[in-house]
Write a protein that binds this ligand. Sequence first.
Ligand code: CTP
Ligand code: MG
Length: 228
Amino acid sequence: MKALAIVVAAGKGERMGGARPKAFLPVAGEAMLLRAARAFDAAETVDTLVVVVPPNEVDAARCLLGPVRKPLLVVPGGERRQDSVLEGMKRAPDGFDGIVLVHDAARPFVEPELIDAVARAAEAHGAAIPIVPLTDTIKRLEAGRVAGTLDRDALAAAQTPQGFRYALLARAYEEADRARVDVTDEAMAVERLGALVATLPGSHRNRKLTTPEDLAWAEALSSAETRA
Ligand code: CTP
Ligand code: MG
């Protein structure tokens, strides 16, 4: 398989409180973005990487990603996450009809095995995402008050990478754009078409790093693994 991986790293990461955009912050001595990109470099199913970064960080990112061996493009991102994904998709070769994987650089501990599993599931089903069970009980709110409790067993948290046949994802984003819908992941755009989205088990290590507490968790994880 020849999957195209789009790693989105153009977010500001305001909740992380750093001076640089989040993806450039070091996690256990290595920038989050390089860590995520290395996983795609190691994944068997991936043959090209497109990394999407803030417009003023393109040169810095190219330099940072020097160790990546596979063909790599670094491109400027957009205002919303979905705008950044679209910038990445534009870089697919003409007539590309393979699998596109979209990954948050904010998940630097993704395993190459998970990447390959998502790519293969997307090839088999058209669309596939990794999910993890919820541990908290989830409340529905109205005006800040509890209006109900959702059935936890019928819910899951979506991770990335999310994998799609290129044409399906392109159609999903065209439709979301036409309807002026903001999406928080790619599957949300594909679901709106009524297309099937398969699921597979995500991983605990593949947590999204959003707050300084998440960063502390990541440091603890990697030092525990170094000791092991
Ligand atoms: N992202 C992007 N372009 C944007 C916004 C987000 O490429 N315009 C990317 C982020 O870099 C991140 C992923 O989408 O890898 C998920 O976004 P999120 O976790 O919300 O990260 P940030 O937007 O960076 O963080 P925050 O929302 O805390 O500011
Ligand atoms: Mg954000």
